[in-house]
Design a protein around this ligand. Structure first.
Ligand code: IMP
Ligand code: MG
Length: 188
């Protein structure tokens, strides 16, 4: 295997926060928990693009109930490090969620503004139920009253990349979650 690309990216990582093994084990647990909680039901598992794509693909394969996969593209105004919470749908789901059980798969909850805006928007479509499943949660940063129904890991207030999470579109393909060296973003 050619590891050049990963080593190159790894130079920008200060610390591995969650290894591949740790993530794999926790995603398996989440999948098992969701399968128990939704036993006998069909779920619409919604991937919030792009950050949740890796988590979504792994989580879906740990679920044993019937799911329909759907995808939503969201763009929030703000800079690369922080959202303004004003979200715009750049790609809507293909399926109707009315009277369906919806699970939103998201990469990280930070201020919470993105998900609070999104859930308000999706509630108007009258799903039978709607819950949030986040891989990561930075509760210290919360600016509104929202908590994920399912959460992979609580993490400290550090900017992380990998396993789908990006800085300026990069590092999503790192297989682990790492803390980005501050000089990588303060140099620009
Ligand atoms: P919120 O609206 O502040 O909760 O922000 C959610 C979005 O901000 C996430 O979907 C990410 O795209 C981005 N984000 C927040 N924290 C981080 C981080 O540490 N690394 C990468 N992206 C982040
Ligand atoms: Mg992002």
């Amino acid at each position: 295997m050619n590891d050049w690309g990963k080593d190159f990216m790894a130079q920008d990582i200060a610390e591995v926060l969650l290894s591949e093994e740790v993530i794999r084990a926790r995603v398996k647990e989440l999948g098992e928990q969701l399968s128990r909680d939704y036993a006998g039901k069909e779920v619409v598992l919604v991937c919030i693009l792009k950050g949740a794509c890796v988590f979504f693909a792994d989580l879906a394969r740990q679920m044993t109930v019937h799911i329909k996969m759907d995808f939503m593209g969201i763009s929030s105004y703000g800079d690369a490090m922080k959202t303004s919470g004003i979200v715009r749908i750049t790609k809507d789901m293909d399926t109707s969620i009315t009277d369906r059980h919806v699970i939103i798969a998201e990469d990280i909850m930070d201020s919470g503004l993105t998900l609070s805006h999104l859930t308000r928007l999706l509630s108007a479509r009258n799903p039978a139920s709607m819950r949030i499943c986040c891989l990561l949660d930075k509760p210290e940063r919360r600016e509104c009253d929202i908590t994920p129904d399912y959460c992979g890991f609580l993490i400290p207030n550090k900017f992380v990349v990998g396993y789908g999470l990006d800085y300026e579109g990069r590092y999503r393909n790192l297989p682990y979650v790492g803390v980005l060296k501050p000089e990588v973003y303060s140099d620009r």
